[in-house]
Design a protein around this ligand. Structure first.
Ligand SMILES: *Cc1c(COP(=O)(O)O)cnc(C)c1O
Length: 452
């Protein structure tokens, strides 16, 4: 076993050799040692996709304690769009650490928070007057978006969609569709949450976007009533639910209906936001302007931060003191967010996401032509997935999906699965990955499919 040196750069981030390198089996002995300690110390409910012991990460690789270097096709679930330990983020966070670490923004404020809010108001879709509020996690921001919508409309019901994922807190579990593992045994869930049918082109029997929206709206009108409905919340492209891109026209029809009925339209862009889909926000692909937009994952280069951004009249409805949190909008996370946003802008990462998308879609479509088990290739920018099926029946093939993911892990590729039926392989590489590594990673997956 050889451990390769990873010299630190002046900006702090490790200058890692951008290569897939296996020097032990995955997981190796040091990773296994950590997993043994973990099993005795950490709650079993906290699981792992790939049980390695990470010591460094950057560019397009993650390095473990055994000296293996893995190709990162997950970005810690769409978080490190700018890469791990991105130089500007390291610098900004270090400076903030040396200045002050915490005051609580609602006790004594600081500029970073305000600057992040200004940036969010500028970058999110729509040129109306906006306000933002910052939080720590995606789920916390979703909860606050619902709080705000209820306060503003003075109504209570909330509609989420089939296959939705909005988090793990009580309200967001209720909004999330999938039972195992997210909800099973964790109820009761919050009241006044309803579920509407989605547009899922691969499994919708040819419904177009407008027809799928009409189906959802009829259900909402008949079973809830617009006069009781505070908000519709939807991911413009569903994440955990299977990277489902709704048919064109679905989202605009929902937005139109919501606006005509005093219902707040909330776009959960926690996974799709910040350059990931080849636009700043996925709402842009459909030309929609959400009333409220929720962001998190890609916002701060790996530091915990989330945000709710929306129309000023909606966001300003809650009284002073009604929104906040001890750590919400931490100065360190805000410094990271400003440096992260600057990195997306300065390094052309929106464009880079599009290029990554062309490589992914091109190669995956080529694989699909030769392999009918790949039922669908879909996604936008650097958020792409394949849905694996039984070619004879179209039935979801979760077993095949797990085999391919296991093969990828054993061969040094961090690969995530998703989907209500567990049969979707998703690609979420950092936007700093090289084409060479990306193509090599795809080659491993192709080989995994062949051997499965
Ligand atoms: C990950 C995710 C969340 C929850 O974010 P956390 O930071 O894990 O609480 C909410 N919505 C979507 C669409 C997500 O992908």
């Amino acid at each position: 076993m050889t451990l390769v040196d990873t010299p630190a750069t002046t900006t702090g981030g490790p200058a890692l050799t951008q290569e897939r390198r296996l020097v032990t089996a995955i997981p190796g002995p040091r990773s296994q040692e950590l997993m043994n300690r973990k099993a005795a110390a950490v709650a079993a409910g906290v699981g792992h996709t790939l049980p390695i012991s990470v010591v460094a990460a950057g560019g397009g690789v993650v390095v473990d304690a055994d000296g293996n270097s893995l190709i990162d096709l997950g970005s810690g679930i769409a978080v490190t769009g700018v890469g791990n330990s991105a130089p500007r983020v390291v610098e900004a966070v270090s400076a903030q650490l040396n200045a002050f670490t915490h005051t609580c923004f609602t006790v004594s404020p600081y500029e970073g928070y305000v600057a992040v809010a200004e940036k969010l108001n500028e970058l999110t879709p729509g040129d109306h007057e906006k306000r933002s509020a910052l939080f720590n996690s995606g789920a916390e921001a979703v909860e606050n978006a619902i709080k705000i919508a209820r306060h503003y409309t003075k109504k209570q019901a909330v509609v989420a969609f089939d296959h939705a994922y909005h988090g793990r807190t009580n309200l967001t579990m209720g909004l999330t569709a999938k039972n195992i593992p997210y909800k099973n045994g964790f109820g009761p869930f919050a009241p006044e949450v309803y579920r509407a049918p989605l547009s899922y082109p691969f499994r919708d029997g040819g419904l177009d976007g407008r027809e799928a929206a009409a189906r959802a709206i009829t259900m909402i009108e008949k079973q809830i009533g617009a006069e009781n409905l505070a908000a519709i919340i939807i991911e413009p492209i569903q994440g955990e639910g299977g990277f489902i891109v709704p048919a064109a026209g679905f989202l605009p029809a929902l937005v139109e209906w919501a606006q005509a009925n005093d219902v707040v339209f909330i776009a959960d862009e926690v996974q799709t936001g910040f350059a990931r889909t080849g636009a700043w926000f996925a709402s842009e692909h459909e030309g929609i302007v959400p009333d409220v937009i929720v962001t998190a994952k890609g916002i701060a280069g790996g530091l915990p931060l989330s945000a709710v951004t929306g129309r000023a009249e909606i966001m300003d409805s809650a009284m002073a003191g009604g929104l906040g949190g001890t750590y919400a909008g931490s100065p360190i996370a805000c410094a990271a967010a400003l440096a992260t946003i600057e990195t997306y802008e300065q390094d052309g990462l929106v464009e880079r996401a599009k290029e990554i998308g062309s490589v992914l879609i091109g190669r995956l479509n080529a694989l699909r032509t030769a392999d009918p088990r790949i039922g669908d290739v879909r996604g936008r920018g650097a958020m792409v997935a394949i849905e694996l099926v039984d070619p004879a029946t179209g039935a979801p093939d979760a077993a095949l999906t797990n085999k391919v993911a296991k093969f990828a892990h054993e061969h040094g590729v961090i690969l995530l699965t998703c989907g209500t039926y567990g049969n979707v392989i998703r690609f979420l590489p950092p936007l700093t990955i090289s084409d060479e590594l990306l193509v090599e990673g795809l080659g491993v997956i192709a080989e995994g499919l062949k051997q499965a």
